[in-house]
Every structure is written in structure tokens, then in C-alpha cells.
Design a binder for this molecule. Structure first.
Ligand SMILES: C[S@@+](CC[C@H](N)C(=O)[O-])C[C@H]1O[C@@H](n2cnc3c(N)ncnc32)[C@H](O)[C@@H]1O
Length: 177
């Protein structure tokens, strides 16, 4: 077997194991918001300029970069427990001179009180915990956008199909504190 081939396989297996360990830690899989979903959300929700935007569990950061390109947030901050993803975002942000901060911390144990808009693509129980924390810490009027998971016990303002052409589309849910 070619040495390069072996190295690729070993790295692939290590990356897979890394995801398994992270999943056990966070109880949230590392999946991403498909980029094709952005179009309909951005057409139907106004990410106003000059606001503080948080992505809680930002993965590779694509969504934050897209919001940062679309509007001019005062600050864009992502929280992510995976160090590989954080280093990738830091490098991308430096190379593209983007005004994006990323923190390698658990967002459930940090102060989120200055946030104006939050984006969450997690799993139901973690979305619920984040919502309770945001409700406690943030100002009335703070917006929370979730993908796929509704928040039990809260009423959304609006739902936006992620892929309107698909009859089985998932939705973005918009909530206000
Ligand atoms: C489903 S992925 C979503 C990634 C990205 N938001 C997107 O939509 O493309 C969820 C991410 O949240 C991270 N995560 C889960 N719980 C977290 C926590 N308590 N603090 C920081 N990051 C967390 C996971 O490591 C994972 O990368």
C-alpha cells in the first residue's frame, strides 16, 4: 500500500474518532447548515447592521461568515468546543480580514448578555438550555433563530422554509425574547 494512501486513511480514522469523542462531550453532532438554505432565510429575515450576532456552536463558521458578508454586525462571535474548527475559523478570519471572533468555550458557561441575534443549529435539549439562558441574560427583543428544532414551550414569531422547493423542507424558526 502506498504510504500516502496509508496516511490518508489514518488521518481519516483519527478525524472520525475526534468527531465521536466530541459528540459524546457535547451530545450534538457536527453537521452543518447547508449553504443552499441561506438564500431563503436571508430573503425573508433582515439581519440588520450594527447588531451583535452570536452563533452558538458555530462548527466551521460558514453561517457567521455569510451573515458578516450580508450585513455589517457590530460584532460577530462564534462559540465552538472543537479546537480544530476554532483554529480553522481564526485562520480564515485573519486571511479574509473579517471582523469575526471565535471562542473555544462552552456557550452554556459564558456571558451572552450583549447579544442581539443568536443562531442555533443544535439538538432540541441543548437548544432549550440555550434559550433559557438567553431569556435570563439578554434584553427583551433579542432574536433567536433555530434551524430544524422548535423550542418547547416558546412561541415562534415566524417560520421560514430552508428549502421551499422541497415539500419535506425543514424550517428556520424565529423567536423573540
Ligand atoms: C450541528 S453543528 C452546527 C454547526 C454550525 N452552527 C452550522 O450550522 O453549520 C453544532 C456545533 O455545536 C458545537 N457545540 C455543541 N455544544 C456546544 C457547546 N455547549 N459549546 C460550544 N459549542 C458547542 C458542536 O461541537 C458542533 O460543532
Amino acid at each position: 500500500m502506498n504510504i500516502l494512501y496509508k496516511i490518508t486513511i489514518i488521518l481519516g480514522v483519527l478525524f472520525l474518532l475526534y468527531h465521536v469523542v466530541l459528540h459524546r462531550l457535547t451530545k450534538v453532532p457536527i453537521t452543518i447548515t447547508p449553504k443552499k438554505y441561506y438564500k431563503n432565510l436571508f430573503a425573508n429575515f433582515d439581519f440588520k447592521d450594527n447588531l451583535i450576532f452570536y452563533e452558538l456552536g458555530c462548527g466551521w463558521g460558514d453561517f457567521m461568515f455569510a451573515v458578516n458578508k450580508l450585513s455589517r454586525p457590530k460584532k460577530t462571535i462564534g462559540y465552538e468546543l472543537s479546537l480544530i474548527h476554532v483554529l480553522f475559523i481564526k485562520t480564515k478570519s485573519f486571511l479574509t480580514k473579517s471582523n469575526i471572533e471565535v471562542k473555544n468555550k462552552n456557550f452554556l458557561h459564558t456571558d451572552l448578555s450583549d447579544g442581539d441575534i443568536f443562531y442555533l443549529f443544535l439538538v432540541k435539549p441543548v437548544v432549550k438550555k440555550a434559550w433559557e439562558k438567553i431569556k435570563k441574560e439578554c434584553q427583551p427583543g433579542t432574536i433567536v433563530i433555530t434551524l430544524a428544532d422548535k423550542i418547547d414551550g416558546a412561541e415562534y414569531l415566524k417560520k421560514i422554509p430552508s428549502n421551499p422547493k422541497n415539500p419535506k423542507t425543514s424550517y428556520f424558526y424565529i423567536y423573540k425574547v
